[in-house]
Write a protein that binds this ligand. Structure first.
Ligand code: FCB
Length: 471
């Protein structure tokens, strides 16, 4: 697979694929992406799109508090209005369906559906019921994430993920949601990216709740994973027909040189980013090397916890964005050495599709009980501008094409990958970066809330239409 500008010039070649003139996105004829049972969808998350933070009994979340704290989010942006999806959900679902997207991954805002005493908030629940029913009417496969970072603030006030009790409160919340929404959810994910919740939220403080202590990070991770493990049997009991899993972000670390020290550094990078989460889930143990990297940070683990955490999964959601080039820090750890002259996105993240393929094939050989995989997020931010009513997001088109080619290669190498969700359906609140970074395949004008389909979305839609028409 090419990983350079030649891919862009390819798009101008007159080659014919699948009976139609090749466009900059369409996969080659022998790609597994043409299989109709490979699910192609888009993803969003509650705090990033909904807005309406004070409506219908919604309680404050840690992201309301964090984004209201000066200096925490670029330009002082908050999710108070976001894409106003809470009010515009019908048109947004119509838009999703009109693009032919087959799956939608959304998350539920915990503070919208339960009060501080744990009682259901009917108005909040009704919002998700309406939304999911409409998606089902449209024939769209629904992936619902229970926790995409918007913890109720009242739980943070009692220690948040540092308090073991939060894992039990998450079980109550899971119980309520899976009883109320059973039958409308095809796949439940307990958590989105526990690495970000634990490390960015409690380890370096870049995300809510903004605490910064290595011991906090490992303890928060343990309680997050415990919450996941406790929730799985609840989901199985309440909604047996659905699939149950979790979503992890994974990072590729490559060595800056051939030296043994740099090779080890790259390995440690992946221990810290991937094995920290995947080993307890799939092997029932934390990687020893994590605590060599971060001495003295072992969390408090009670008997039986790791067994709970390693409950079998129906699927594993994988989010992938970039790689990091790393070198030894001269001691026991690693440091990042950003490469010069490589392609980057608006986030500054390096575009590196091979990393996705290599990680997937690596997991396939490392974890013998690896469940079926969905790529639950992949995409890129660019400074998209509407010109004469159009957005020509050329870099994104090439990015998506190359990452989907990496997925195809992993499938051909034997990895069981069942689908792919674009991040994101529309531009939204990009956490600490606010609204400046645009990840959507649909553009949002935040002053008018007007949605404009970008060229990338048009090409994905065209591919899906062609695939559907195939006999
Ligand atoms: C992931 C998050 C998602 C989005 C993308 C860009 O880490 O899960 O909400 O912000 O990054």
């Amino acid at each position: 697979m090419a990983n350079d500008a030649s891919v862009v010039s390819d798009t101008r070649s007159p080659a014919v694929s699948n009976g139609s003139l090749a466009d900059p996105f369409i996969p080659p004829a022998d790609s597994t992406l043409w299989r109709k049972n490979f699910l192609l969808g888009a993803a969003t998350a509650s705090y990033q799109i909904e807005g309406a933070v004070n409506e219908d009994g919604r309680l404050p979340s840690i992201w309301d508090t964090f984004s209201a704290t000066p200096g925490k989010v670029l330009a002082g942006d908050t999710g108070a209005v976001a894409c106003d999806h809470y009010h515009r959900w019908e048109a947004d679902i119509d838009m999703l369906a009109s693009l032919g997207l087959e799956g939608y991954r959304l998350s539920i805002a915990w503070p919208r559906v339960m009060d501080a005493a744990g009682a259901p908030n009917r108005q909040g629940l009704d919002f998700y019921k309406r939304l999911l029913n409409r998606l089902k009417e449209k024939g769209i496969t629904t992936f619902v994430t229970l926790y995409h970072w918007d913890l109720p603030q009242h739980l943070e006030d009692r220690g948040g993920w540092l308090n073991r009790d939060t894992a039990y409160r998450f079980t109550d919340y899971t119980d309520l949601m899976s009883r109320e929404l059973a039958g409308t959810v095809d796949a439940w994910a307990t958590l989105n990216e526990p690495w970000c919740s634990a490390y960015l939220g409690y380890g370096n403080g870049h995300h809510a709740p903004g605490l910064a202590d290595g011991r906090f990070a490992t303890q928060a991770m343990h309680h997050l994973l415990l919450a996941h493990g406790l929730a799985i049997p609840v989901l199985r009991a309440n909604d047996p027909a659905s699939q149950k899993g979790i979503v992890a972000n994974i990072g590729r670390g490559t060595p800056n040189s051939d030296s043994a020290a740099d090779q080890r550094a790259a390995h440690l990078f992946e221990v810290q980013h991937n094995a920290w989460i995947l080993d307890p889930l799939l092997k029932g143990a934390y990687p020893e090397e994590l605590f060599e990297l971060w001495p003295g940070t072992e969390p408090l683990i009670l008997d039986g916890d790791l067994q709970t955490i390693s409950a079998p999964l129906d699927f594993l959601g994988i989010n992938y964005y970039f790689r990091s080039n790393v070198a030894s820090d001269g001691a026991h750890g690693f440091r990042e050495v950003p490469l010069e002259g490589v392609e980057r996105t608006q986030m500054g993240w390096e575009v590196y599709p091979d990393g996705l393929r290599d990680l997937l094939t690596g997991f396939h050989s490392t974890y013998h009980n690896l469940p079926p995989i969905y790529i639950t997020e992949n995409g890129m931010a660019s400074d998209d501008k509407v010109i004469d009513g159009h957005i020509d997001d050329t870099q994104r088109i090439s990015f998506l094409k190359r990452h989907l080619a990496a997925v195809d290669q992993a499938i051909k190498a034997g990895v069981d990958i069942r689908g792919y969700f674009l991040w994101s359906l529309m531009d939204n609140f990009e956490w600490a970066f606010g609204y400046e970074r645009r990840f959507g395949v649909v553009h949002v004008d935040y002053s008018t809330q007007k949605r404009t389909v970008k060229r990338s979305a048009e090409l994905v839609a065209k591919f899906l239409k062609e695939r559907k028409a195939q006999v």
